[in-house]
Design a protein around this ligand. Structure first.
Ligand code: MEV
Length: 426
């Protein structure tokens, strides 16, 4: 069987599928049927999705859920989330409601600056390259005027260009380090176009441009979100947990993440459960957000928690500081009907407002995880939410699902317990 092909991208969608199923699948007709079943019946909508990338052959669904009852700086939000992990939206909903009766979430934008770099090699005299840069800096800025015109009208543009010598780290390596304000757009295309123009104007004999590209590390595009309450308000209803003991344990969990990278990675993964879900729902670039968040978590030379906590004078404070480069105009936000819908649900936020909402989603998710981990353990809630996945894997009918859910109201959910109980139904 030949499993290589040339000219694949020129094939029609049907031809691509036919080649693929013949080359890689045993149950060819079932595979083809599955791929086609996931096409949208609205042809125009399907074409839109086909055109997002090359070689689209079908769609891949993820659940789109919402978490209501978030109060952020006094405004009510229902937060859209796209995620496959069973417990994430449930946890967000629970925590949104919890903090809505304790003053809600407070946020602050600490910066919005983005970064791009022209990386180049120069083997000549350091003083000469500095003098040349000083001479041409104005021209470099002027060269981008047609690209930046619209952005400048919106209050953005290029903030500065610096020449940075990196020759101590790598022989003859310099960069033009450019800072940008891109307002409500994520700005990747804008930044890259400016950089390529700057590079072409800067190049001359002796300067060898290596590459021009935005940096996804944006520590100065930073947002902070916080919750606080009296320690005794941390415990709900008739729980027997001592609030002071709980607050101490909660803080210790964060202290552990600050000194132990193995724990910090899982801790931050839980934060990203909330963040990525909203980033995806709003059509933003989750890979950029992920790579930046983790680089920021390691900014002090050790990978640490993105959240922090203080328990002082009877008050519990819990906060996150995280860089988030987001857009609410342009890119997929305008093209993907569900991304558009998410933004409308969020009351058409500016990029700064979306930074705040997404930071809150991360903080809430971490609060949910640490609350469960330091009290009941994570599996109780997690497996309860996972029960439906197990039942779907077993091919349970609606009636069997209802009976099983009722049974596991009082019994801990484990894979084997569900399998055993299911057998008794058969
Ligand atoms: C699971 O997706 C996320 C958690 O592991 C996060 C954490 O441990 O803090 C529950």
């Amino acid at each position: 069987m030949v499993r290589r092909i040339t000219g694949f991208s020129k094939f029609s969608k049907e031809e691509k599928i036919d080649w693929l199923v013949k080359a890689f699948f045993n149950k060819q007709s079932i595979t083809k049927e599955t791929l086609i079943k996931y096409w949208n019946t609205d042809e125009k909508l399907q074409r839109l999705h086909d055109d997002f990338i090359e070689n689209t052959i079908s769609n891949f669904y993820l659940p789109y859920g919402v978490a209501p009852n978030f109060i952020i700086d006094g405004i009510d939000y229902t937060i859209p989330m796209v995620i496959e992990e069973s417990s994430v939206v449930a946890a967000a909903s629970l925590i949104g409601k919890f903090w809505s009766t304790r003053g809600g979430f407070k946020t602050e934008i600490l910066g919005t600056t983005k970064i791009g770099q022209v990386h180049f090699i120069y083997e000549g005299d350091a003083v000469e390259i500095e003098a040349y840069f000083k001479d041409v800096k104005k021209d470099l800025l002027a060269s981008t005027e047609s690209i930046t015109a619209n952005m400048r009208k919106r209050g953005g543009g290029i903030l500065d260009i610096e020449l940075r010598s990196k020759t101590e780290e790598l022989d003859h390596y310099y960069q033009l380090h450019v800072t940008f304000e891109t307002k409500d757009s994520m700005g990747a295309n804008f930044i890259n176009s400016c950089l390529e123009e700057i590079a072409s104007r800067f190049e001359k004999e002796g300067i060898h441009i290596v590459m021009s590209i935005l940096s996804n590390y944006v520590p100065e595009c930073l947002v902070r979100a916080e919750v606080s309450c009296k320690v005794e308000e941390l415990i709900q209803g008739t729980s027997e947990i001592d609030p002071n003991e709980y607050a101490r344990k909660f803080k210790t969990a964060i202290d552990i993440a600050n000194v132990e990278p193995h724990r910090a990675v899982t801790h931050n993964k839980g934060i990203m459960n909330g963040i990525d879900a909203v980033v995806l729902a709003t059509g933003n670039d989750f890979r950029a957000i992920e790579s930046c968040a983790h680089a920021y978590a390691a900014k002090d030379g050790r990978y640490k928690s993105l959240t922090q906590c203080e328990v002082k004078d009877g008050v519990f404070r819990f906060w996150i500081e995280i860089p988030l480069a987001l857009g609410t105009v342009g890119g997929l936000t305008a093209l993907h009907p569900m991304a558009k819908l998410s933004l409308e649900l969020l009351q058409n936020p500016s990029a700064e407002e979306l930074m705040k909402i997404i930071a809150v989603a991360g903080l809430a998710q971490n609060f949910a995880a640490l609350r469960a981990l330091t009290t009941t353990g994570i599996q109780k809630g997690h497996m309860k939410m996972h029960l439906m996945n197990i039942l779907n894997q077993l091919g349970a009918t609606n009636e069997e699902k209802e009976l099983t859910v009722a049974h596991f109201e009082k019994v801990p959910v484990t894979h084997s317990a569900v399998h055993e109980f299911y057998k008794t139904l058969k």
